[in-house]
Design a protein around this ligand. Structure first.
Ligand code: GLN
Length: 272
């Protein structure tokens, strides 16, 4: 417990982490712990709990330790091969869902750099859309498949391995979304920062944070159906540059900066 507490900033956080880790070690729901204060821990359970606290104490994000992250009201399996889905990305999912629901008929959606599949699976779970996700990481694709099965959307949500939009070359989509790696390389922190536990390939946006988007944007115009929607998440300081990049690829589109929960410009919305 002491190790776990070291990584917690407040008493509330320490209490929450402690009970989450204990519940995980005992393979019981958190409510069971509250209801059974007298229950004795076995030697094995004590060692297990101590091990989990140690990992948290070294800075590892709780989502990786538990193998679980909440996103858009659902539980996703996550491990160190995928970025942990962030609440700020839920706005982008809201927009995508609203667009799909407004459209009559089946909408196909592309999620470039799908990672855990949190965006793609959420859209598939909330709508009748057919969703395709791509990712350069084969281990991330395996996680995304697992999430699609877990959420019962595997029949409408496929994941393919490959660089950016290469695996879907020649196809067209009614909506394209992406949360590509966008952290400027110089801003990537070292351990024990929680970000250092996440895959570099999911975060590293090159020296200016836009290297991956600079490769993706020219691939996009032939992939988007006319009247289609584009949603791209980026870092607040780089979003203006991404907007200009996108505007020159889509001169007839209206491109808007949209804000996250913290009021920071977090993603671009492009519609015609
Ligand atoms: N939102 C993440 C962060 O700032 C970065 C995600 C990404 O690079 N796509 O921690």
């Amino acid at each position: 417990m002491a190790e776990g507490v070291r990584a917690a900033a407040t008493v509330g956080e320490a209490a929450r982490y402690g009970s989450l880790l204990l519940a995980h070690a005992l393979r019981r729901p958190r409510e069971w712990i509250v209801a059974h204060p007298e229950e004795r821990l076995s030697e094995e359970q004590r060692a297990m709990f101590a091990g989990l606290c140690e990992r948290r104490g070294a800075g590892e994000p709780i989502a990786y330790i538990l193998g679980n992250a909440g996103f858009y009201g659902r539980e996703f399996f996550v491990n160190g091969d995928v970025l942990i889905p962030r609440p700020e990305t839920e706005h982008l999912v809201d927009e995508a869902i609203a667009f799909v629901k407004r459209r009559r008929g089946a909408v196909s959606v592309l999620d470039v750099g799908a990672g855990s599949g949190a965006i793609a699976c959420s859209i598939a779970a909330e709508t009748a859309a057919v969703v395709v996700g791509t990712d350069i990481s084969e281990t991330a694709i395996a996680v995304a498949h697992q999430n699609a099965r877990r959420l019962n959307v595997a029949d409408r949500c496929a994941f393919v391995h490959g660089d950016l939009a290469e695996p879907v070359h020649g196809r067209r989509f009614g909506a394209i979304v992406a949360n590509l790696p966008y952290v400027p390389r110089g801003d990537l922190p070292a351990a024990p920062d929680p970000l250092s536990f996440e895959p570099r390939v999911a975060l590293d946006g090159g020296s200016d944070g836009l290297a991956t988007y600079a490769r993706l944007v020219p691939q996009l115009p032939p992939l988007l159906e006319s009247g289609g929607l584009l949603l791209l998440e980026a870092a607040p300081p780089t979003i203006g540059r991404l907007q200009r990049m996108l505007q020159s690829a889509f001169p007839r589109y209206a491109i808007e900066q949209k804000h996250d929960y913290a009021g920071l410009p977090r993603y671009l919305k492009a519609v015609i």
